[in-house]
Write a protein that binds this ligand. Structure first.
Ligand code: BES
Ligand code: MN
Ligand code: MN
Length: 456
């Protein structure tokens, strides 16, 4: 793949410009206001796959946003790589905390600042460009299929139906996904575990209407006060989740495996400094890296109610709300945990409020194997371009479709991400390093080469 170097050098700027154009389209899947933009993004990806030389490029309609499909089958006897990525992004709110507008990408200090730059447009687009390089230089060593979806950030609700209806079309030997991070630019790693997710919204209702907080305050339950009590009771003093049965199915990681994990480089003081916190907080008995990988958690993602406009308004609100997510680990079922939460939350609701719980979305945890040809090829590819073998590492984020691909397609994934945890994904000022973008484009062809060779 050394022979791709001249093509890479002479097209580098265009590779970047095309990504910047992709980042200019605000493909926020969560907000219907951006519907036309999300669809425009799908069209853009489709056009770029076609231009790169993919065949059978189509927008596959679903009940939601389309899946962009494309492939290049050079010989059915050769292995097939299914590249998965997503073209939708998280909402950019709060806009006022961005140093430059989220959908007007700028390059500063070697980083591309824009919503979706790292998650996942920048990482997904590396594959389109790596594919183009291989194809234009007669170096594509095996078959490739692309499946780029537009609903990952809202739970991939319609993807399973699409995959089930297209199992033979999507048949492949490995799913290759770049939507995760490496430890550092000089410390490559491959993600071998993701957490699952259960996401809910709760509504607590007190009186049937907003009340004057002087006339009624003190005599009627304030749903915001009650919601806060209820939420704070969800953790005990050791920061364990206080829901009966929550830990019942948690897969226990052996001491030797924990010792192995602890070898990955990590500095707690740098972590605290980066986040500007004096101390970290988490479940007693586990290290910070364990707390975000092998242990389940519960977090409030948003809480609202009452008056939050300018100045003061003396009101005792009728309703209070919160969005709650629980990150899950292998063996826990997102459906079961959702039910446990719902039952528990209702059981702790005092008589003076009414509680409603709505399930938003969920997905299961995944552990990807390291003893496969695909993992070894990915490891060798990174070793080639980083000059160092990658460290296998579990991470705290979720990509629920990984277990779905295993279940429906019977195909394992390799999590071949090139981002950094410090990229501020889902946050203001999301960015992706030029180093990481180009390193990905350079490394992916080696994966294809090694995977094809090692599959023989
Ligand atoms: N790419 C992320 C997941 C991720 C990020 C994994 C960093 C590992 C490291 C993905 O786009 C994402 O945000 N997933 C959601 C879940 C989804 C169901 C909305 C998440 O983890 O919150
Ligand atoms: Mn992502
Ligand atoms: Mn995301």
């Amino acid at each position: 793949m050394e022979k791709l170097q001249p093509y890479f050098e002479s097209n580098k700027q265009r590779f970047l410009d095309e990504l910047l154009d992709l980042l200019r389209i605000p493909s926020v899947s969560a907000d219907p206001k951006f519907k036309d933009d999300v669809l425009r993004t799908a069209e853009y990806v489709k056009a770029k796959l076609l231009a790169a030389g993919a065949e059978n490029v189509t927008l596959e309609q679903t009940k939601g946003y389309p899946v962009v499909y494309g492939d290049k089958i050079i010989d059915p006897k050769l292995p097939t790589v299914l590249v998965y990525g997503h073209y939708d992004v998280q909402p950019a709110d709060p806009y006022e905390l961005w140093h430059s507008p989220p959908f007007e990408p700028v390059i500063k200090d070697g980083n591309i600042y824009a919503r979706g730059s790292a998650d996942d447009k920048g990482q997904m687009y590396m594959h389109v460009k790596a594919f183009e390089m291989m194809l234009k230089n007669n170096s594509l060593p095996c078959n490739v299929k692309f499946m780029i979806e537009g609903e990952e950030e809202v739970g991939s609700e319609n993807l399973e139906t699409y995959v089930k209806a297209n199992t033979s079309k999507l048949k492949s030997d490995v799913v290759l996904i770049s939507d995760t991070s490496i430890i550092a630019n000089d410390t490559p790693s491959i993600t071998t575990g993701l957490r699952g997710l259960a996401y809910l919204e709760v509504e607590v209702t007190g009186p049937n209407r907003d009340l004057h907080s002087g006339v009624y305050g003190g005599a009627v339950a304030n749903p915001i006060n009650i919601l806060c009590d209820m939420i704070s009771s969800l953790h005990d003093k050791d920061r364990k989740v206080n829901i009966p049965g929550f830990y019942d199915d948690v897969q226990i990681v052996s001491d030797s495996e924990r010792a192995e994990m602890a070898k990955a480089p990590f500095s707690l003081s740098e972590y605290e400094k980066d986040l500007d916190v004096n101390e970290v907080l988490g479940e007693k008995g586990y290290s910070t890296t364990e707390r975000v990988s092998i242990r389940p958690t519960l977090d409030v993602n948003g809480i609202w109610g009452g008056y939050i406009g300018q100045g003061a308004k003396t009101v005792l609100p009728s309703k209070a709300y919160a969005k709650v997510s629980m990150r899950l680990v292998p063996n826990q079922s997102s459906e079961k945990i959702t039910k446990l939460f719902e039952d528990h939350f209702k059981s702790i609701a005092p008589k003076y409020v009414k509680v409603k719980v709505t399930n938003l979305h969920g997905g299961e945890a995944a552990v990807t194997p390291t003893d496969t040809v695909a993992y070894k090829a990915a490891s060798k590819a990174m070793e080639k371009t980083f000059g160092k073998a990658p460290i296998p590492q579990r991470t705290g984020g979720s990509i629920p479709i990984v277990t779905m691909f295993e279940r429906v397609l019977n195909t394992k994934s390799v999590l071949f991400g090139f981002g950094l945890d410090s990229d501020s994904i889902h946050s203001p000022n999301e960015h992706y390093g030029l180093f990481n973008y180009y390193k990905g484009i350079e490394t992916i062809p080696y994966f294809f080469q090694y995977f094809t060779e090692m599959s023989k």
